[in-house]
Design a protein around this ligand. Structure first.
Ligand SMILES: Nc1ncnc2c1ncn2[C@@H]1O[C@H](COP(=O)(O)OP(=O)(O)OP(=O)(O)O)[C@@H](O)[C@H]1O
Length: 644
């Protein structure tokens, strides 16, 4: 990409000043290199004064780094993760030492922590500490100017980290502190390391605030930069040598970071989004029973009772072992419902009872509600085994035992041979299985799967669907699966919950929803033609225009949905004679293959668009191509009416 970008010739008006800028930055460095007396370098750097200052600089800079980590890491987390009033002000405060002249910083420190400053007398009385003219003062000055680098770098990294990792960890039972140390920190490690290196380098080079606040006492506060300043007056060559040392350290830090400071946060590709077809989802070597070995019965059975208010307004009851497919148009509130059950959103509130336990008041990590988000959110820094053991460890299971159980779950889901792999080395289907193993291993009482198969290709999807079905049948709690796939809804679920605008539109077994969908959207999702209309003496006056002759009689004026299966739509080259009463001429708009049959979208002249399903042979015979003129007919007896 970047090579391509540089191929076009950049304009001279931009290149020239840019080159000048580089020269401007480079020249002083060349000056140091050119003026260094290389033969005397060893003597200069080995002189007792310099060694003492170097030691002091190291002590001060590492203390400053430690303090910055201790205080700056929580501050960065707070700024990145918590909404609070005055956040912009706090952020400006963090940035201030970066733009403030260091001497002004020193004056401010004096007024804050100096002997006559706000806190100075108290520090002196309580701890007997006087910061100015003491090494601790140099540490405070260095921390003041250096900590912002850590906070900003880490806050940026935290901002780039998708929250689904942390939320999934909580759903597996990890407390916020555990999540921070086992998921958040390792995942932002590059940002943290970059920030720490810059912080250290800045502390090492600190001059202005230190000399103003802590003074210039050899061995106590006289760090290397202060020494350079002194040497410049008496021994300019020695000053050049020490400058070279500081320059080399600074360059070393920057080279080690190589753009991590300025580059975007390191985000790894979500495992679930990987193309799924790259590896067979069922390992050829796996024993035949491996993927179908059912899950153990678990430690119990938990029914679900939920009353949700807020964006979602519904009540949900389910017996242990029920799988419910949650469907609905985009924005219907499917994800919000799951997040409400997890206790993760203020947009909806769930009164939730699992078995006999009311978990409403519990935080997400204590609800025993496991969540598998759409991309699986496998922790990229942990192996498949460690990912699967995560929930068990969070629940206090010992390391060896957790790994043993985790391996058992991976085996059961047919991915045991991948235990040592990192998520980035798994295909989409494998990652989904590991994510499922991880959720089930945490022994949840409610399992929430958000489009678990969306990222997979058709073949892998069939395999994983099969695995899912097998393992859900052994699960003792209720499972909610958000899906946009009708096959998934019908084949996996005992019930289909249709949401519309946050409310239940229909909650019924799949067969019932297929036969009597209560909205055009559900019908279309299930592959049916669905036309809303008003009953009249002649049939159904369609909302989109036109009339449909039907066999069923409805009271005049009743609102109903006419459902027509695509197989019930006949396609002809010429106007058909005989019994069908619903006959329309139309144009073929689109042809798609569905398994061994073809779905043909036809736009009739005086009826809404219609989908017909025919065999490829029939299509060839009828000469059906895009744009072809055809006749369509539907028998009145093939129309099912659903009262709205
Ligand atoms: N954090 C938020 N703040 C404000 N509105 C939100 C937020 N998250 C979602 N919404 C809105 O709430 C409604 C429900 O969103 P939700 O994500 O639950 O829908 P969904 O059914 O899961 O949709 P999709 O199928 O697109 O994933 C939408 O109108 C959405 O715009």
């Amino acid at each position: 990409m970047s090579r391509l970008r540089t191929r076009t010739r950049p304009p001279v008006t931009l290149v020239l000043p840019a080159l000048l800028a580089v020269a401007f930055l480079l020249l002083p460095l060349i000056g140091i290199l050119g003026r260094t007396r290389w033969s005397e370098l060893g003597t200069h750097l080995g002189s007792p004064g310099v060694v003492q200052a170097l030691n002091l600089s190291l002590v001060v800079s590492f203390w400053a780094l430690g303090l910055s980590l201790l205080l700056g890491v929580p501050l960065a987390w707070l700024l990145a993760r918590v909404e609070f009033k005055g956040k912009a002000l706090v952020r400006s405060l963090v940035l201030l030492p970066m733009v403030l002249p260091p001497t002004v910083g020193g004056v401010a420190l004096l007024l804050g922590f100096g002997r006559r400053g706000l806190l100075g007398p108290w520090l002196e009385e309580t701890f007997g500490v006087t910061l100015p003219f003491h090494t601790s003062g140099a540490v405070v000055a260095a921390t003041f100017v250096a900590m912002p680098f850590l906070v900003i770098s880490l806050e940026g990294a935290l901002g780039g980290l998708r929250q689904s990792y942390e939320e999934t960890a909580a759903s597996l039972g990890a407390s916020p502190v555990r999540v921070f140390f086992t998921v958040t920190l390792p995942m932002v490690a590059p940002g943290l390391i970059a920030g720490a290196a810059l912080t250290w380098a800045r502390a090492l080079g600190e001059f202005g605030a230190t000399i103003t606040f802590a003074g210039n006492l050899p061995g106590t506060t006289q760090t290397l930069p202060l020494q350079v300043y002194l040497l410049l007056q008496d021994e300019p060559e020695a000053a050049t040598s020490v400058s070279l040392l500081l320059l080399a350290i600074a360059m070393g830090v920057l080279i080690a970071l190589r753009g991590r400071w300025t580059g975007p946060p390191v985000t790894r590709k979500p495992a679930g989004a990987r193309p799924a077809a790259e590896e067979p989802s069922v390992p050829a070597s796996a024993p035949p029973g491996e993927t179908t070995r059912p899950a153990p019965a678990g430690d119990g059975h938990w029914s679900l009772h939920a009353t949700v208010t807020g964006f979602n307004r519904l009540t949900l009851d389910a017996e242990p072992g029920t799988t419910i497919a949650v469907v609905g148009e985009n924005g219907a509130g499917k994800t919000t419902l799951l997040r409400a059950l997890l206790g993760l959103t203020p947009r909806a509130h769930a009164e939730l009872r699992l078995g006999d336990t009311d978990v409403t008041a519990l935080p997400p990590h204590r609800r025993q509600v496991a969540w598998v988000p759409q991309d699986g959110a496998l922790f990229p820094h942990l192996s498949a085994l460690a990912n699967t053991a995560y929930g068990l460890r969070a629940h206090g299971v010992g390391r060896a035992e957790a790994r043993l159980q985790a391996q058992g779950w991976l085996d059961r889901l047919g991915v045991g041979h991948l235990a040592a792999r990192r998520p980035a080395q798994l295909s989409g289907g494998q990652a989904q299985r590991v994510a499922l193993a991880r959720a089930l291993a945490a022994r949840p009482r409610l399992l929430l799967l958000d489009e678990p198969l969306a990222a997979l290709d058709q073949t892998t999807r069939a395999h994983v669907r099969h695995t899912l079905r097998t393992h859900l049948s052994g699960f003792g709690g209720v499972c909610l699966i958000v899906t946009h796939d009708p096959v998934e809804a019908v084949s996996l679920a005992d019930r289909v919950l249709v949401l519309s605008d946050g409310q239940t539109l229909q909650d019924a077994p799949p067969a019932e929803v297929t036969r009597h969908p209560r909205s055009p959207w559900v019908a279309r999702m299930l592959g049916r033609n669905a036309w809303p209309g008003t009953a009249s003496a002649q049939g159904l006056d369609l909302a989109a225009g036109g009339r449909l002759v039907v066999a069923e009689a409805l009271p005049e004026g009743a609102q109903a949905l006419a459902i027509i299966a695509p197989e019930a739509v006949s396609v002809h080259r010429d106007r058909p004679g005989g019994s069908p009463r619903n006959v329309w001429p139309g144009t073929v708009r689109e042809i798609t293959a569905v398994g061994s049959r073809l779905r043909v979208l036809i736009a009739p002249q005086d009826a809404p668009d219609l989908v017909a399903e025919i065999t490829p042979e029939a299509a060839a015979e009828l000469g059906i191509v895009d744009g072809a003129a055809v006749w369509t007919s539907v028998k009145a007896t093939e129309v099912t009416l659903v009262r709205l």
